[in-house]
Design a protein around this ligand. Structure first.
Ligand code: GLY
Length: 442
């Protein structure tokens, strides 16, 4: 009966808790959360609320509960060095230490690492700490993407054609990003379709999990502002219909080489999840960015399908023996839809912005799975925050059936909420397949 520390309070950590708790090892889960997630709390032997920057509080909670190992959900505690703090008291963690977590916390670090070790997948890019030279680099590229260096919750990336148009716009935005965050990464823009490849890594071995496609835009038809992710789907064959087998092999191989480079560069093995945001292009898979954790919502697509005992998976990651474990997933389709406050992602002066902090009621979600995210369980009921509230997941033999289950589930959430109705529909997937056909020229 291992005692496991789970750090995090979102829907991703709710599904992680659920996956841990169904282990044959009968673990006890001790959860350190920054807000009270009722789903995680209901699965936990004990809960402590606190800030992820309060490392002494995490360490004391772990010591008090005789934790065998920790599993870290979000990027925030990773960037605070929670894994390093736990290591100092002899508690291993599934999740990278602060230096390795630069894979996500510094986009410049990762681009430079991939370049230094001659790993394929990078776009043409330059990192600028001053405006000098940006104009000349812009002139060399057809379209650009601008990124601040640090964590942005998936909302900091600015794409030409989507978020700005002209060369002058790009220069102005670069100046602003440098002023705000110290540097800007200017990258060549790729044309293609994105996919999430979440890999388990014990430092050396890299094991891919079923592919997922997330939907970042707030509104149906991929319109509106970027969000942390409005929902996602996966298919029974664990592939994406717009990908070639070589795209996936390239994504895995890039991740393998990056894991090896990280070990060489930092002297420590990466133990945790390397979630590559890739884009399939005419010339193969290219790397958009890495995250040092499971995706949110993507974790809700893959973890319910995991047939292998998750505690065994964690132990093999920690022991560096992942390649000796057969990791299997059910061959089912999944559709995850995030229920969000109506005002989520909209400017503060938008009439719907007031929907944040409102009370909601959750009725019968039928056969859908429900994972709480940013909600606050108070004595008189459940309240929204300003962020994504509840992930609802349909699982079935076909994508259509999974989507219908998810749709029934989201309709059971009553209050000033919204969700995307088009995730997992044939029409949206056909659009992506046709887009890739056009790009590849057949
Ligand atoms: N799905 C986006 C993220 O987890 O960052």
């Amino acid at each position: 009966m291992p005692n496991i520390l789970l750090v995090g309070n979102g829907a991703r950590e709710h599904v992680m808790a659920e996956t841990l708790i169904r282990s044959r090892h009968q673990p006890r889960i001790f959860s350190f959360m920054k807000a009270n997630n009722p789903g995680i709390a209901s699965l936990s032997a004990a809960v402590l609320l606190g800030l992820y920057s309060d490392l002494p509080a995490v360490v004391a909670f772990a010591q008090k509960n005789r934790i065998d190992f920790a599993v870290i959900g979000p990027e925030d505690p990773l960037s605070q060095g929670v894994v390093d703090a736990l290591a100092q008291i002899g508690i291993p963690a599934v999740g990278p230490n602060k230096s390795l977590a630069r894979l996500e916390t510094s986009k410049a670090f990762t681009r430079n690492l991939v370049k230094k070790y001659n790993i394929p997948g990078n776009p043409r890019f330059e990192v600028f700490t001053r405006p000098d030279g940006i104009g000349a680099f812009l002139d060399e590229l057809d379209g650009v993407v601008l990124k601040p260096d640090g964590l942005t919750g998936g909302k900091g990336v600015l794409v030409q054609g989507d978020h700005f148009e002209t060369r002058q716009d790009a220069l102005d935005l670069c100046a602003r990003i440098i002023q705000d965050s110290g540097c800007v990464i200017v990258e060549e823009k790729f044309d293609g379709e994105e996919f999430s490849l979440q890999c388990l890594c014990d430092g050396k071995a890299v094991v891919g999990t079923p592919l997922v496609q997330d939907h970042k835009r707030r509104f149906d038809g991929d319109r509106g502002p970027n969000t942390g992710g409005m929902g996602s789907y996966s298919l029974p064959d664990h592939l994406m219909p717009f990908l070639k087998p070589s795209d996936i092999e390239e994504g895995i191989e890039i991740t393998r080489q990056v894991a090896a480079a990280l070990w060489k560069e930092t002297g420590s093995p990466y133990k945790g999840v390397m979630y590559g945001g890739f884009i399939a292009t005419k010339t193969g898979a290219k790397l958009l960015e890495y995250n040092a954790r499971f995706g949110d919502p993507e974790a809700m697509n893959i973890l319910p399908l995991l047939k292998t005992d998750f505690v065994d998976v964690c132990r093999h990651i920690l022991d560096g023996t992942l390649e000796t474990l057969k990791i299997e997933f059910d061959h089912k389709a999944t559709v995850c839809k995030y229920v969000v406050p109506k005002g989520y992602g909209l400017p503060a002066d938008h009439p719907d912005a007031a929907s944040s902090r409102a009370k909601i009621a959750v009725g019968d979600v039928g056969t859908a799975r429900l994972y709480y995210s940013s909600v606050d369980q108070k004595e008189d009921g459940l309240y929204l925050s300003s962020s994504r509230a509840i992930g609802i997941v349909g699982i079935a033999n076909t994508l259509d059936a999974a989507r219908i289950i998810a749709d029934e589930g989201v309709r059971a959430v009553k209050g000033p909420v919204a969700y995307r109705s088009d995730i997992g529909t044939d029409a949206l997937i056909r659009k992506r397949v046709d887009h890739m056909k056009r790009i590849r020229g057949y």
